[in-house]
Design a protein around this ligand. Structure first.
Ligand SMILES: [Zn+2]
Length: 262
């Protein structure tokens, strides 16, 4: 399953990064603002904190998509990046000069697909770890978004960062990177984890791999929805319920086509 690329608008921000075209749709900024609204309601500096939050989400998701795009380049595929209301997309260019027979074959190879899908979350986790380790090495403390990790790298000790904007910027960068990466690694379509699961299954069983990954996607999607609902996180619950349902529909269509069902 692939989400369609959103149409371009006159309000898009366009630029190139390391030779890769990037387009940011206006809805991206609006959703980032909405997501950060409650998180930044601390004290009387919400405008400043919201700005830092939006900048962090932008940087973090851009780094995620650059991970995918650079991995595709490694396998000889050109691509472009779109940031939009559901996050980001790194879209391979079908008719690029480098898309010859060789790279087309690469595109169907499960291992290169796994590397490409994992490169996005890995880039974000790498960024969060790099920030955490630089703070640690320069003697600063910071709360890490994952509680267990915080004690592993003992970030609780050290002196406080004396610049409040810098402290929040680094925290938001780490928080959005870790959360976005972990969320995307869940084996649910169309998230990166769903693509990874399909290709891992395909390594062992090329015929039934998609079928198994769809079942895993439905089960995980339902489990996350129930968990999120029990934590009263309605946004996450509805999102994963919808993803589980759409995987279920694909699964039905897939089995109906003469499938690989039990
Ligand atoms: Zn991704």
């Amino acid at each position: 399953m692939l989400l369609a690329e959103p149409a371009s608008t006159p309000y898009d921000l366009n630029f190139r990064l390391l030779g890769i075209p990037v387009r940011v749709a206006p809805w991206f900024w609006l959703v980032a603002l909405l997501l950060g609204w409650n998180l930044t309601k601390v004290g009387d500096q919400q405008a400043m904190l919201l700005t830092l939050w939006v900048a962090s989400v932008f940087l973090s998701i851009l780094i995620h998509e650059m991970g995918h795009a650079l991995a595709m380049r490694f396998y000889g595929m050109d691509s472009h990046i779109v940031l939009y209301q559901f996050g980001g997309l790194a879209i391979p260019d079908q008719f690029s000069s480098r898309t010859g027979f060789g790279s087309r074959r690469m595109r169907d190879d499960p291992v290169s697909q796994i590397v490409i899908s994992a490169a996005g979350p890995a880039a974000q986790l790498g960024l969060a770890l790099a920030i955490a380790l630089s703070l640690k090495l320069s003697g600063f403390r910071m709360s890490f978004p994952v509680p267990y990790m915080e004690s592993v790298i003992s970030l609780q000790e050290g002196r406080a960062i004396d610049s409040r904007p810098l402290e929040f910027l680094l925290f938001y960068l780490m928080w959005s990177s870790v959360m976005w990466a972990l969320l995307n690694l869940l084996p649910v379509y169309p998230l990166d984890g769903g693509q990874i699961a399909r290709n891992v299954f395909s390594l062992y069983n090329p015929v039934a791999g998609i079928f198994f990954s769809l079942i895993l996607s439905v089960v995980t999607g339902v489990a996350v929805a129930v968990y999120a609902f029990s934590r009263q996180d309605l946004f996450l619950a509805v999102m994963f319920a919808l993803l589980a349902f759409s995987s279920f529909q694909v699964l039905q269509a897939y089995s109906g086509r003469g499938g690989y069902g039990p």
